[in-house]
Write a protein that binds this ligand. Structure first.
Ligand code: AHG
Ligand code: MN
Ligand code: MN
Length: 340
């Protein structure tokens, strides 16, 4: 007899999960739905990018001093609009905005969550038709009244209520966690619905991929240089030499490693000791997902989720992947410290 397979939509799934939290009133469900709706619109625009004249830079620079692409601006506006309109979020920290966007005076009733977001990750890849993403972190606000504040957003990752990413790839997926495992949903573009396709995602037990921008090798810490050499050595038992894969979009690199088994590295360099990636809306959400998928994420010394953020856009060296792979990098960093 043919088994009937029921499709679970993202909305059904989060409503079902909500019932596992006795005091939940649906705010998180609505918030995740708002993010999914904005993601669908961003997805549509990304797909159309090759057809319409939306590519190219706006000419403005963001707070990191990088030139913004038109789609960065569009995605930023979409997510801010959806979160503001949805009413469950009282403040946003975005890669594209220097300061916290607080919804203070706009509504009588204010949401109890704050969101940190990289609206479009890997934007330098847009013009080459390569996978890009959105990364988000959700915290419960600390302040009790008025609009959300910077303090509400400067919480360590251990206090995350939820986190996730959207990958705009050969298919579009939304992957998220609320601390009870990681689940992935693939967008059916014909009906515009995210369907559960990857339940309970875990790093595979065997892994042999390393993802790092090796062009920066000369500037890496000694320990990372040694680790890269370790990856390249021949040892049949440990599947070495590993395979090197680097897309240049954190979401795409991490997602590939989560599915196929591999480690992502963005070390600090001599020029930029804290690397490139932003703690609040790149490292923390990916770290939360990595841990929930049975893996580990550190800055080389400390668990990423325990780093206390001091500023909205602060950067952190980042190593994420299967636990044993990250342990190995940490070992190399400890064994081969840089001379100061
Ligand atoms: P963004 O497009 O949001 O600025 O992020 C780009 C980031 C990240 O996605 C990726 O891992 C990293 O930049 C790649 O940096 P390099 O080009 O230095 O390797
Ligand atoms: Mn990014
Ligand atoms: Mn970005």
């Amino acid at each position: 007899m043919v088994q009937r397979k029921k499709i679970t939509t993202l909305t059904e799934f989060i409503i079902k999960r909500q019932s596992e939290y006795p005091h939940a009133k649906g705010a998180m469900t609505r918030l995740l739905n708002d993010i999914a709706t904005a993601a669908k619109i961003v997805n549509r625009e990304i797909n159309a990018a090759g057809l319409v004249d939306i590519l190219g830079t706006v000419g403005k620079e963001n707070v990191q001093g990088e030139t913004q692409k038109k789609l960065d601006v569009f995605a930023n506006e979409m997510f801010i609009g959806a979160l503001k309109g949805g009413g469950e979020c009282c403040a946003i920290a975005s890669e594209e905005n220097e300061k916290v966007i607080s919804f203070s005076s706009d509504f009588a009733e204010l949401g109890k969550y704050v969101v940190a977001i990289d609206p479009l990750d890997g934007s330098s890849n847009i013009e080459a038709n390569v996978s890009i993403g959105t990364i988000f972190s959700i915290y419960r606000r600390l302040s009790e009244t008025g609009g959300g504040t910077q303090e509400d957003l400067l919480q360590p990752g251990i206090h995350l209520a939820a986190a996730g990413y959207v990958i705009y790839g050969s298919s579009t997926m939304l992957v998220y966690t609320t601390g009870k495992g990681v689940n992935g949903f693939t967008l059916d573009p014909s009906v515009g619905i995210f369907c559960l396709s990857h339940p309970d995602m875990m790093f595979p037990e065997t892994a042999n991929i390393y993802s790092v921008n090796e062009g920066n090798y000369i500037h890496f810490p000694q320990g990372v240089k040694k680790y890269i050499k370790f990856c390249q050595e021949h040892d049949r038992e440990t599947l070495r030499p590993y395979t090197s894969r680097y897309i240049g979009s954190l979401v795409a690199d991490f997602h590939r490693n989560l599915i196929k088994g591999g480690i992502f590295l963005y070390p600090g360099t001599t020029k930029n000791p804290n690397g490139k990636l932003r703690l609040l809306y790149e490292c923390n959400p990916i770290a939360y997902i990595a841990e929930q998928a049975g893996g580990k994420a550190t800055n080389g010394e400390q668990r990423i989720l325990e780093v206390l953020p001091r500023t909205l856009h602060q950067r952190a060296p980042f190593y994420a992947g299967p636990r044993w792979m990250v342990d190995k990098v940490e070992w190399y960093l400890r064994e081969f410290p840089d001379k100061t």
